[in-house]
Ligand binder design. Structure first.
Ligand code: A2P
Length: 412
């Protein structure tokens, strides 16, 4: 095929269906409604996307950060994108530099670009002292097989949430991970359309040297899904598959994923961790890393805000209770305790305003938020209010936190 003249080429923004976790963040961030989805894929409308990049930073996996050069009149249609399991291969068109395009954007679009990217502090980055992560070692076409070596329920037998701690062992096959990274699980079988099930991503709950130190294994925190975000019944294909696994079962795994939601490694670095439910997985990984290296006295403070319906619904409640107060400053918010007012993590953040503001201002403190999407706005409001009450301006502080890679959010 002859490459079209350069002026007929366009850069088409695309989403990688292989690593997209369908969290809806990109669709919510897009100021021009260029992103849509069906029950399978999130896709970008070629004729609407203006490359403002508002979606790029907040995407937890980087799935959104993809593009292909296409002839302007032959861009991939929405129908094509909705049908993809993987991105199309690059073509010879991708070798052509079409980067000048943004310069011709109308003024009002450039304005959106500036506001959106300045608000995020530009592209997401890892803390300066984070170890370098391995990513995408295994794909849907080339997964690694792990063996289940443990699967037990974390929540009380009568709790309404069925949350499991699942240990996967990779034997002699390398699967290097860092705290904060995720992996993909490919459930066996096919969906209603006869297509292989899409992979589902799970945060890794164990530290880099293994769930069991010096073993090539990882732990996951998996909640059996019975309903979707809107409370409608959901199949929960992957979570039910995982929660029902027995010791010795084999599982197809992809990844690892994630190059920004990583913990700092330099001595004296503090962590402020805010999570709900299974959003505790990366926090457990980071806390375990610190707990196992406690005698080295290298870390700064650990401040945890953790929200669950009740103590018996809180994953890792027992082990958390055993951690000494001089190791971790723990703040547990319970929303459905009989006879008690509903409490969310953001309520406890307000109660600990002095401490939180000190840590927000401390360049050695890194902030991690993981869990329910709805929590994000509540936590940001709490930060805004307590900053104001302490003579600080959150709107100025947040871009600085982002620019220093001190602020990391992963919600779903
Ligand atoms: P709620 O009892 O109101 O659902 P889940 O058990 O569904 O995974 O949720 C974990 C915790 O997060 C629950 O205590 C839940 O409270 C709480 N939660 C729900 N919505 C929000 C929100 N917008 N902000 C903070 N916490 C929330």
């Amino acid at each position: 095929m002859n490459a079209p003249a350069e002026h007929d080429l366009a850069r088409q923004h695309l989403i990688d269906p292989e690593i997209c976790i369908r969290c809806n963040t990109c669709e919510e961030m897009c100021p021009v409604d260029a992103i849509t989805h069906d029950s399978m894929n999130y896709v970008v409308k070629f004729d609407v996307c203006n490359w403002c990049n508002a979606c790029i930073g907040p995407c937890p996996t980087g799935a959104i950060d993809n593009a292909r050069n296409v002839a302007r009149d032959r861009a991939y249609s929405l129908e094509e994108q909705l049908d993809w399991d993987v991105l199309p291969d690059e073509t010879e068109l991708d070798a052509i530099d079409v980067s000048g395009q943004e310069a011709s954007l109308p003024a009002e679009v450039r304005e959106i670009t500036e506001i959106a990217t300045a608000g995020q502090g530009g592209r997401a980055m890892a803390p300066w002292s984070a170890a370098h992560p391995y990513v995408n070692l295994y794909t849907v076409d080339n997964p690694v097989e792990a063996t289940v070596t443990g699967n037990y329920r974390l929540t009380a037998p009568d709790a309404s949430s069925d949350i499991h701690h699942i240990v996967l062992d990779f034997g002699a096959t390398p699967f290097p991970v860092l705290e904060g990274q995720s992996l993909g699980i490919i459930p066996p079988g096919t969906d209603a359309r006869g297509k292989a099930h899409l992979l589902r991503m799970y945060s890794i709950a164990s530290p880099r040297e293994g769930e069991r130190p010096q073993y090539n294994n990882v732990a996951l925190t998996v909640k059996r899904v019975k309903e979707d975000h809107d409370g409608q019944p959901a199949l929960g294909v992957a979570s039910n598959y995982l929660c029902d696994l027995k010791k010795g079962d084999k599982v197809k795994v992809t990844g690892p994923y994630g190059a920004t939601f990583l913990m700092p490694n330099h001595p004296g670095a503090s962590l402020m961790m805010i999570c709900t439910g299974t959003g505790s997985a990366p926090m457990r990984a980071m806390t375990e890393r610190r707990r196992r290296r406690r005698e080295l006295k290298e870390g700064g403070e650990l401040l945890l805000f953790f929200g669950a319906r009740a103590p018996e619904e809180l994953p890792y409640f027992g082990p958390l209770q055993k951690l000494p107060a001089d190791f971790i400053d723990m703040n547990l918010a319970f929303s459905r305790q009989p006879g008690q007012a509903k409490q969310y993590v953001q309520d406890l953040i307000r109660e600990r305003a002095d401490k939180v503001v000190d840590m927000l201002k401390d360049d050695n403190c890194y902030i991690y938020i993981c869990g329910l999407k709805g929590m994000e706005a509540g936590v940001l409001d709490a930060f805004r209010d307590i900053c104001r009450a302490h003579g600080e301006d959150w709107e100025q502080l947040q871009p600085q936190l982002l620019a220093k890679a001190r602020f990391h959010v992963e919600t779903y």
